[in-house]
Design a protein around this ligand. Structure first.
Ligand code: PLP
Length: 405
């Protein structure tokens, strides 16, 4: 039984106690810190109260959460179908909108079929135990998202974790532990805290050589890479060689919910075995309609991606011009490692005082020693705001107390 007070004190002392930030969202890529000081977030500081801060912690990369077409679609669905689906899909909650969205996602991802889930977390904890059980093995990248890890644990399968993006170690583990039963490899295509890509071609080759199934999480890549924003697998022409691809509707697609795409037989299996699909209320009509509009926009509005990549370039160039020599990675997620959890909190507070809201990411979200600031770029932020923010961030980060890593 957990000693609650001891746990909370320990987290507080290590600088790792989580608190909800009380935020308002006035628009324009801003968040406004609305909390009273005593209930405020430790990493934002007094000066930030009531100030509008540029939001570098949002995954609304394309800026779709406020797009007029998504809002219209949601309102229309609300008026036509009401506020909720009322029950699970397998009971009476199935909507035509769900099937339209699944068809659109399958088409986007160049696969036969798709299945919606309530969230990306629910997708990962449902899919993995549907595929492997206690006689089977899983090979999982060490930096995989908590939902993948939790899915692995729920499955009861033997879990082998390999060093981040290390295909040599993956192959070594496969040689030693593949066995004769089911084996699953799990990776993300774009890692959420490091902003780097998985070596997808090598991972697919290994999965084929060792007869495993492969799950790829495209939560942060969908909408941004490849023709029509289908993701990194499509961009690398690997989509058809991967058994299951999951993604969320809650990041670049601007809404809420998630999906898995695969061949039809696999989707039928999930519909019958994924407990987080079967035993939960179906996605509401509003979220389904907004996501359908978002998927359509990926094809009809390619300028959304062009605008984002221009902003990412402006921000990275600003950091470099400010003297940062650290590797800034290939994506819209830019981590800047700092010396400790306390340093992460302190620099986030300093930036908060200067109008910049960035996530201080600390263990256990990242491995011990991996404390960092994570900047994600969205179309809500104007290029000149990004350039000005980058100059401030670079100057702070280079102070010796922060970047002694
Ligand atoms: C890689 C990855 N997978 C899955 C999820 C979970 O998705 P959702 O937010 O839709 O539950 C996230 C969300 O942070 C993520 O970063």
């Amino acid at each position: 039984m957990i000693d609650i007070s001891a746990f909370l004190v320990k987290q507080q002392e290590a600088g790792n106690l989580r608190q909800l930030p009380r935020l308002e969202h006035p628009g324009g890529g801003r968040v406004r810190f609305a909390g009273e000081l005593k209930s405020s977030r430790a990493d934002l500081g007094l000066a930030a109260v009531g100030l509008d801060l540029l939001d570098f912690a949002s995954n609304d990369y394309l800026g779709l959460t406020r797009h007029p077409l998504l809002r219209l679609a949601a309102i229309e669905a609300l008026n036509r179908c009401g506020t909720g689906a009322g029950s699970a899909r397998l009971m009476s909650g199935d909507l035509e909108l769900h099937r339209q969205l699944e068809a659109a996602l399958a088409k986007l991802k160049e696969r036969e079929a798709a299945l919606l889930f309530g969230s990306g977390y629910l997708a990962n904890i449902g899919v993995i135990p549907a595929l492997v059980g206690r006689h089977d093995v899983i090979f999982s990248d060490r930096l995989n998202h908590a939902s993948i890890y939790d899915g692995c644990r729920l499955s009861g399968a033997k879990l082998h974790r390999f060093a981040h993006n290390d295909c040599n170690q993956l192959e070594d583990l496969l040689k030693r532990h593949r066995g004769r039963n089911q084996a699953l490899i799990a990776v993300e295509s774009l890692y959420s805290m490091d902003g780097d890509f998985a070596p997808l071609t090598e991972v697919v080759a290994l999965k084929e050589r060792y007869g495993c199934r492969l799950l790829v999480d495209e939560a942060h890549a969908t909408g941004l890479f490849g023709e029509n924003g289908a993701g990194l697998l499509a961009a690398r022409r690997l989509a058809a060689r991967v058994d299951l691809v999951m993604g969320t509707l809650g990041k670049a697609l601007g809404g809420y919910g998630a999906y898995v795409v695969a061949d039809r037989e696999m989707i039928t299996l999930l519909l019958n075995r994924a407990r987080s699909f079967i035993f939960t209320t179906a996605l509401p009509p509003t979220s389904s309609a907004a996501a359908l509009a978002a998927v359509e926009l990926l094809t009809t509005a390619p300028e959304l991606r062009r605008d984002l990549w221009r902003r990412v370039e402006v921000f990275k160039n600003g950091l470099k011009a400010g003297g940062i020599k650290a590797e800034l990675g290939p994506s819209q997620i830019i981590p800047l490692k700092v010396a400790s959890s306390a340093a992460a909190v302190l620099i986030a507070e300093r930036l908060g005082q200067r109008g910049i809201y960035a996530a201080a990411v600390r263990p256990p979200t990242v491995p011990p020693g991996g404390a960092r600031l994570r900047f994600s770029i969205t179309n809500h932020l104007a290029p000149d705001e990004l350039a000005a923010a980058a100059a401030i961030i670079a100057a702070e980060w280079q102070k010796p107390e922060f970047n002694q890593v």
